[in-house]
Design a binder for this molecule. Sequence first.
Ligand SMILES: NC(=O)c1ccc[n+]([C@@H]2O[C@H](COP(=O)([O-])OP(=O)(O)OC[C@H]3O[C@@H](n4cnc5c(N)ncnc54)[C@H](OP(=O)(O)O)[C@@H]3O)[C@@H](O)[C@H]2O)c1
Length: 238
Amino acid sequence: MKKTIVMTGASGGIGIALAKSLSESGFRLVMVSRTADESKKLSSMFGSDNKYYDCDLSVVDNVKKLGERIKNEIENIHILIHGAGIGVYKSFEEVSDEDWINSFNINITSPFVLTSRLMEKLSRNEDSLVLNIGSGSGVIPMKNRSVYCATKFAMRGWSLSLSKEFTNRFPGFCVVTLGSILTEFGPLTIEDKKSLMQNGKDYLTPEFVAGKITEIINNPNREEEYEIYPKGYVQSFL
Ligand SMILES: NC(=O)c1ccc[n+]([C@@H]2O[C@H](COP(=O)([O-])OP(=O)(O)OC[C@H]3O[C@@H](n4cnc5c(N)ncnc54)[C@H](OP(=O)(O)O)[C@@H]3O)[C@@H](O)[C@H]2O)c1
């Protein structure tokens, strides 16, 4: 029987590549995207064997309802991937209250709320896993990204702490820390990023990253943290 993965951020650059890679690897997917239109698009791409939910993760009450629905409607859950995220790249003076609240709600509160609602189902499976998509912004302090860094440092701290707390029980926790990936994430478009590549900046493709994350998920001896960076990534922030 196929194992079931619930994933948020399914409509994103990394999300679509990851869904493709995980389907090819034999998983059944429960895909969460922000809007009904995105859900429809995903269902035309990935077929009716998989399940689709839409939810605006910036609204905590909606996330609570989503968690209850998935808990009641999906019989067996093996893996939960927190992939949704927004990147507010602004100076302190530019950050609005809304930027702050949305960033925290989407990037870290929704992972907590969904994990807590699905914990009972996850803990029934001996090889279950919560996989968090982290960022170099959760490891390296970066100017003009204080809000994004705060959420990704929080996610990393949350994941690594739970990894210790759940040492001899399930689910396991793993944070995959990513450097720059060629998607629409953050203030630059893919075209902007391709122009920067012509001037020597390196970006990883979402397909490469999806392959690495699929390997991590399929590895029974996985670590609690992985860093996947393009070349020159860390040095560019020194
Ligand atoms: N790209 C990078 O350079 C990079 C580097 C390090 C870490 N990451 C992390 O990788 C993850 C995926 O990013 P990506 O590169 O695939 O970016 P992306 O293409 O912008 O995808 C982001 C995903 O999050 C979803 N999302 C955003 N706001 C939402 C909301 N209010 N409610 C529900 N879903 C929402 C998006 O849904 P919509 O499609 O509806 O907007 C989309 O599916 C993020 O957690 C990000 O922090 C990315």
